[in-house]
Design a protein around this ligand. Sequence first.
Ligand SMILES: CC(C)(COP(=O)(O)OP(=O)(O)OC[C@H]1O[C@@H](n2cnc3c(N)ncnc32)[C@H](O)[C@@H]1OP(=O)(O)O)[C@@H](O)C(=O)NCCC(=O)NCCS
Length: 188
Amino acid sequence: MCALGHDIRASEGTNRSNRPSWDRSLRVPQGSDAIAMHRLAHATGALDVNSPYAYLLCATDFADTAIVAEEDGDLLGFITGYHPPTRPEVLFVWQVAVAPSAQGRGLASAMLDGLADRVRTDRHGHPLTVEATVAPNNEQSRALFGAFARRHGVPMTEHPHFPAELLDPDLNHEDEPILRIGPITASR
Ligand SMILES: CC(C)(COP(=O)(O)OP(=O)(O)OC[C@H]1O[C@@H](n2cnc3c(N)ncnc32)[C@H](O)[C@@H]1OP(=O)(O)O)[C@@H](O)C(=O)NCCC(=O)NCCS
């Protein structure tokens, strides 16, 4: 059971030994990915779908804090994020999307590891904390970030952050508490 503000390091997960290596599919996004990112966000059926323009900004101005996965010309996954302006030691993960056909094969984990490694390299190895807001019942997303914390051997804590009324006046949106993972100080 997870308590707010306490270490909620995830329990052991499933065996990953038979998962494919995604290393050759991962790359920095570019402007020409924006339309496919928009389509993929819609295809997950679970994300708030942003405008193509927003994905274009993520894939260009914020490309250093984003990653995409492509196979045979198809965009199979992306992560968008940014450094909060006053906290450059934080990688805020905005959206993680994996095509339904590619889910459950370690792609989101590979993207998150690849992005965190790249950001740490860009920041000359300085400690990095990963943050993301996750709705209470988004089990896939919580599993993803919990497994990431476990692989990196760092704590994951949860705190209240964006209440539902800031996201939808009719309260059809859930609260979005924030997960903080890190600081990551060493390579895996
Ligand atoms: C969440 C999402 C990105 C995960 O992508 P994925 O490539 O299937 O994830 P992975 O295969 O890397 O699995 C990551 C971890 O989550 C676990 N997991 C994956 N799907 C799960 C599910 N449906 N229920 C519970 N755990 C799940 C995996 O077992 C793994 O943990 P482990 O390493 O301890 O075994 C994908 O399901 C998705 O795009 N969902 C819709 C959009 C969304 O909810 N995004 C997150 C919010 S921004």
